[in-house]
Every structure is written in C-alpha cells, then in structure tokens.
Design a binder for this molecule. Structure first.
Ligand SMILES: Nc1ncnc2c1ncn2[C@@H]1O[C@H](COP(=O)(O)OP(=O)(O)OP(=O)(O)O)[C@@H](O)[C@H]1O
Length: 278
C-alpha cells in the first residue's frame, strides 16, 4: 500500500496536507493523531470511500479512486461508528454478510474468534455497546480480507475483550493479513503495531516502530533516588553508567532507586505539541 503526496480539503479545511505512507504486506500499521488530524479522511481514501484532491494512492495494486467490486471484496473494514442494529440475530447478521464474499470464513468460527459464540442467537439490537463492536469486527473479517482497516476498533471494549481482540489481530497478522489500525490507545499501539505513524494537522510528523518512535530509544531516561533524606532526580542518556556510579557511591543498594524510560505517550505528546493547524 503506497501513498504519495495525498491531499484533501473540505471547503476551507485542509484536512490532509501531503501525506506519504508505505504499508507492507502482513504488517500491523498504526495511525495515531489528535482528533481532527486527518486520520479518518486518509483511511477512508485508502478504503475507496472518499475522493482525494491530489497525490497518488495504490492499495493492492489498485487506485482506490477507481474501486472495483473484486477489489472491495479483498478489503475488510471496521468503521468508527457502530453498524445499525437490525432485528437479525448475531449469527444471521454474520451469515448475511458472508454471502457477499467469494471465499468467506466460517461464520461460527468468526463468532468464536471475536468472543460472541455465546451470543450467536441473540438479536444484535439487544447487545451491549462493546458486544455490538465485536459484531462490527466479525463483519470486518468474515470476507477473509487481505487488508483489514480498523478505525478505533476497541472503543467500548472491557479490558478482557481488548486483550482477546489483540490476540485476534496478532493471529490475523500471523496469517498474513495486513492491518491498518487507527486508535487513541497508546498501549494498543505498543501491543500490536510493527510501525506507527503520527499524523497531526494533516501531515505525518513521525513514523517508526513504537519502541524507537521520535528518538524514544535514545531519549533521556530519568533516574531518581533518595540521598540525605531528600529525593534526587537526574536525566541521562546513559542510565546504566549512572546506576553503576550511584551503586559505587552508596557501596551497594541505592535508596529509593527508580529508572524511568519515556513512555510512548510521553513521546507522542511531545511530537504533537506545537504542531499548528496554520
Ligand atoms: N465530511 C466532512 N466535511 C467537512 N469537514 C470534514 C469532513 N470530514 C472531516 N472533516 C474535517 O477534516 C478534519 C480531519 O477530520 P478527520 O475525521 O479525518 O480527523 P481524525 O484524525 O480522524 O479525527 P478523530 O481522531 O476525531 O477521528 C477535521 O477538521 C474535520 O472537521
């Protein structure tokens, strides 16, 4: 999947201002960014649901601006808003959608994968918000997509459902499905993404694996300890040496020692700070 110089405006709003992305087959790729950054617009253009103003886009070798039915059947999409709940049961709904695809997965297997086997006979309308979201995910994967787009997929999930969902994403990626994930949960990015791009004000401000995003691996580590009854803090790019020196000074145990590396959240907040919507 390749995007070069993508632009999109809505009247006066320049929602996407020249985005480049390369997403490799089988990769879990996360897109992070504040509300209104242009993530959904970008993803909807990739999905063939929104027209772009400029730039080049290729998804599975096709320009999403000229989508074909066959091409659409190779994509799985879980939109941000939950699907309308009809009077159908969960199993009926999933079976109904399976019929649209040339080589669908088994509906009951998919329901088990998303943790809805016990609700297969319930009407979708009667499900809780998080359970309905799982129906959306089931519909996203029923067609055995080569690329799965997940737009804030775990909103409303309880912690156990999120973990289960993460395992599902890993297993889909393990089977070779490319996953494009937009989310506001940084732990989700850390748990799942091979690479992440941070979009702010319609541009990519950083890209890389979560562990090294924005120079995270080399960023300053904060070391705190207690000395003469008072807390001490030191920021260092060489934490091991600092700890060794402190240990030598104290002749062993360092009182109250903590070593804190910057979290993905620290790095993310630094990256988007000061990006102006000019
Ligand atoms: N259909 C539309 N008509 C007019 N403006 C729009 C439309 N869709 C989005 N926008 C504007 O474009 C900008 C980018 O919106 P977009 O939905 O792509 O952001 P986002 O990064 O997905 O945000 P969120 O995290 O809130 O989902 C925002 O300023 C938004 O108000």
């Amino acid at each position: 999947m390749r995007v070069r110089g993508l632009t999109k405006r809505y009247g006066e709003v320049r929602a996407v201002r020249g985005i480049d992305l390369s997403i490799h087959p089988g990769e879990v790729y996360a897109i992070l960014g504040p509300n209104g950054a242009g993530k959904s617009t970008t993803v909807e253009i990739l999905e063939g649901y929104r027209r772009r103003d400029g730039g080049e886009v290729s998804v599975l070798g096709t320009d999403p601006g000229r989508p074909t039915r066959r091409w659409r059947s190779r994509l799985g999409i879980v939109l941000q808003t939950a699907s309308d709940a009809a009077e159908l049961t969960v199993r009926e709904t999933v079976r109904h959608f399976a019929a649209y695809y040339p080589d669908p997965r088994d509906p009951d297997e998919v329901l088990a994968q998303v943790g809805l086997a016990g609700k297969a006979g319930s009407r979708v309308r009667r499900l809780s918000g998080g359970q309905r979201r799982r129906v959306d995910v089931a519909l996203g994967i029923i067609g055995r997509p080569e690329i799965l787009f997940l737009d804030e997929p775990t909103t409303g999930f309880d912690p156990e459902a999120r973990r289960r969902f993460w395992a599902l994403v890993r297993s889909l990626a393990g089977d070779g499905t490319t996953i494009v994930l937009t989310t506001h949960y940084l732990d989700e990015v850390e748990a799942l993404a091979d690479r992440v791009s941070v979009i702010a004000a319609g541009r990519v401000v950083a890209e890389g694996p979560p562990g090294t995003l924005g120079g995270r691996a080399a960023a300053m580590t904060e070391i705190t300890w207690t000395e003469d009854g008072a807390p001490r803090t030191l920021a260092t790019g060489d934490p091991t040496r600092t700890v060794v020196e402190l240990a030598a000074r104290f002749g062993g145990e360092i009182p109250g020692l903590t070593v804190t590396r910057p979290t993905l959240e620290d790095v993310y907040l630094r990256l988007i700070k000061g990006v102006r919507d000019e």
